[in-house]
Design a protein. Structure first.
Length: 332
């Protein structure tokens, strides 16, 4: 898999560190936990979208785009990072923010990622929950084209085969780090939403026949829906990579038990996970993704789902800027 044949810009801080979670592992008395710090990818407070955007903006530049269009929920980390790299590259950026959670908390509506979106100069268009976001982006792109512009649409979460290449790359980077320190791991655990991250990881880890299973902790969908979504994108990504048919359905595993009442809505497990990582490890998680992902990992450890002699890597996908939108969740 030679991903260097795809257009790519280089702005991520790579490789991201792989660190032991010594205090948390001791506290839980379970397997040895490690954390892959993709919260430290370096673009506008970091996060998993940076790796995807290296390939997406590479393609946009190859196509001579002058305007980037993307979408997300109000507190989208993907939007924040897309707006930031567009600013750096001198591209106009139009973003659609869907009011998906229904929260009318001023912190949710204006602080956190939204504050940063504005700082980076995004043109923000707010739309109600349930809007057909893909259709709305296409409409905007048609308008821009008509006026002589060159729009490039990035789907929600940057999750298409181009974006997923960022996580094929991450899988190869992780395997290299493990080899360098003779560390054998038994599971890779990550939050999964728009599916590009898990799909890219699965394509990369299957494509290199690493033997490392990936577990996605859902943040919005149920297990079945999420697995189908990840599998479909992993297959498309493998095809794009020139290794069609290489993804086994069994390689796609998601757990839907930690979503709680819905996307972006707090759970007790999420709050506990964020507080534990802050107090035991000095690490910031986020309320929408990595907090629920870690809540899932902690609960599965407590339930004895992993052997005590296993090594587990949690992929920290970033998102801490979102904490400032959830002030009341942590100070109530
Ligand atoms: C987008 C995001 C995810 C989920 O990644 P997907 O590729 O959309 O599945 C996880 N964590 C954070 C912080 C994110 O912003």
């Amino acid at each position: 898999m030679q991903i260097s044949r795809f257009p790519r810009l280089h702005f991520a801080h790579l490789p991201t560190p792989l660190e032991p979670l010594e205090n948390l592992s001791k506290l839980l008395g379970g397997p040895k936990l490690f954390i892959k710090r993709d919260d430290c990818t370096g673009l506008a407070t970091g996060g998993n979208k940076t790796r995807k955007l290296e390939f997406l903006l590479g393609e946009a530049q190859q196509k001579n785009a002058d305007t980037i269009i993307t979408q997300g929920a109000t507190q989208s980390n993907h939007v924040r990072q897309t707006v930031a790299i567009s600013a750096k590259l001198g591209l106009r950026c139009e973003v659609l923010l869907e009011h998906r959670t229904g929260s009318d908390d001023p912190d949710y509506l204006e602080n956190g990622n939204v504050l940063l979106d504005r700082l980076f100069g995004a043109n923000i268009h707010s739309v109600p929950a349930g809007t057909d976001m893909d259709a709305a982006m296409q409409e905007m792109a048609d308008d821009i084209s008509k006026n002589g512009g060159k729009p490039y649409i990035i789907p929600g979460g940057g999750s298409n085969p181009t974006g997923a290449l960022g996580y094929v790359n991450c899988a190869m980077e992780l395997v290299g780090q493990l080899n360098d320190r003779s560390l054998k791991i038994d599971h890779l655990v990550t939050a999964t939403g728009s599916a590009g991250t898990q799909s890219g990881l699965v394509a990369g880890l299957e494509g290199t026949r690493s033997g490392i299973p990936v577990l996605g902790i859902c943040v919005s969908a149920d297990k079945e829906t999420q697995e189908e979504k990840v599998f479909a994108l992993a297959e498309k990504t493998a095809e794009f990579l020139g290794i069609p048919g290489s993804i086994k359905r069994e390689a796609v595993v998601a757990n839907g038990d930690y979503v709680g009442p819905g996307y972006g809505l707090p759970t007790d497990g999420m709050i506990e996970a964020i507080e534990l990582l802050a107090r035991e490890e000095g690490i910031l998680l986020d309320p929408v993704y990595s907090g629920k992902g870690m809540a899932g990992l902690i609960d599965l450890v407590r339930k004895g789902e992993f052997r005590k002699d296993e090594n587990i890597v949690f992929l920290h996908t970033g998102g801490s800027a979102g904490l400032f939108a959830y002030r009341k969740t942590f100070t109530a």
